[in-house]
Ligand binder design. Structure first.
Ligand code: NAP
Length: 281
């Protein structure tokens, strides 16, 4: 199959590495010529260009740019496509994408791979990034089933687990487990930096170990991605942040009241609930 990938970064490059491994011909488009050259050198694409015309022969095109560039990219891409071409995206927010892009192209299938690292750009692309990971598809009542099947077949070949849901359900779910954690982790790092005694702050940095590494990881990632989550998933994120604030206030009260039993109950509930989230697959 001819596969087009627009946006040769962590996700686009990783898709390219895997699809080429499976014998597909991958045509990549990115904004910078040097990114195109690196994508070819890394084996993520067969051909690359800064011109969207390159993906004209593609049967399926993956839009892998940052969210902010997706709508303009699709509008620019459409004159180069034949009506049978299937378009799909990898954006981490689906309500906005479906509202902005689905009306532009009948054969559009919204998608979101639940995989990534703290790195970005073509150098961060990895083979097998999606294996064993969830991959959400958000078709609507009007999405042609053949288009969904075509994308699903490719996703299955990556060894990813496919989930189908409504865009709004997706956005509320990822607000809890992806977007809220980024904001909480960012607040954690910001709070630590508020230590006003420099000797204590330096000591804290020196003593920081695995616990801090785990809880600060997603707050130390690509800032552009965090802003995109907040900008394009505002309602669901704000809702989850308010609930988190209530939960934190409750915890502060229990500590201030020296109510160790209530605190222990909270910690026990979270100890029991965590495996349900992290061992689900
Ligand atoms: P990334 O590593 O920054 O890659 C995006 C690439 O798109 C950049 O390297 C850039 O390449 C290129 N680009 C930017 N604007 C462009 C344009 N107008 N036309 C063509 N190419 C353009 O970001 P990413 O992490 O792969 O994220 C890409 C998408 O995946 C986002 O929509 C994000 O929501 C989604 N996603 C990310 C993750 C994650 O954990 N990172 C997980 C799931 C989904 P140049 O060097 O050419 O500028």
């Amino acid at each position: 199959m001819n596969i087009g990938i627009v946006g040769l970064g962590l996700i686009g490059g990783s898709l390219g590495l895997d699809f080429r491994q499976h014998g597909h011909r991958v045509l990549g488009v990115s904004r910078k010529p040097q990114t195109c050259a690196r994508a070819i050198a890394r084996g993520a694409v067969d051909e690359a260009s800064v011109n969207l015309k390159l993906v004209q022969p593609a049967d399926v095109v993956f839009i892998c740019t940052p969210l902010a560039a997706m709508e303009a990219t699709v509008i620019e891409l459409i004159p180069h496509l034949s009506p049978a071409t299937v378009l799909t995206d990898v954006g981490s927010v689906k309500g906005w994408v479906m509202a902005a892009i689905a009306p532009l192209w009948a054969n559009f299938v919204g998608g979101h791979p639940m995989a990534g690292t703290a790195e970005s750009g073509i150098e961060a692309a990895l083979p097998n990034l999606f294996a064993g990971r969830p991959y959400v598809l958000t078709p609507t009542e009007t999405t042609p089933p053949e288009a969904v099947n075509r994308v699903a077949e490719l996703i299955r070949s990556l060894q990813a687990h496919i989930y189908h849901c409504y865009p709004d359900e997706h956005d509320r779910a990822v607000a809890w487990i992806s977007h809220l954690p980024v904001m909480v982790s960012t607040s954690l790092i910001a709070a630590c930096l508020h230590e006003d005694e420099s000797g204590v702050l330096e000591l804290a940095k020196a003593l920081a170990s695995s616990g801090f590494r785990d809880t600060s990881r997603v707050g130390g990632g690509n800032p552009e991605l965090g802003v995109m989550m907040a900008r394009y998933n505002t309602a669901a994120l704000v809702r989850s942040l308010y609930t988190f604030r209530d939960s934190l206030n409750h915890l502060i009260t229990k500590v201030e009241q020296h109510d160790w039993q209530a605190l222990e109950e909270m910690l026990e509930r979270s100890q029991q609930a965590r495996p349900v989230f992290v061992n689900h697959q």
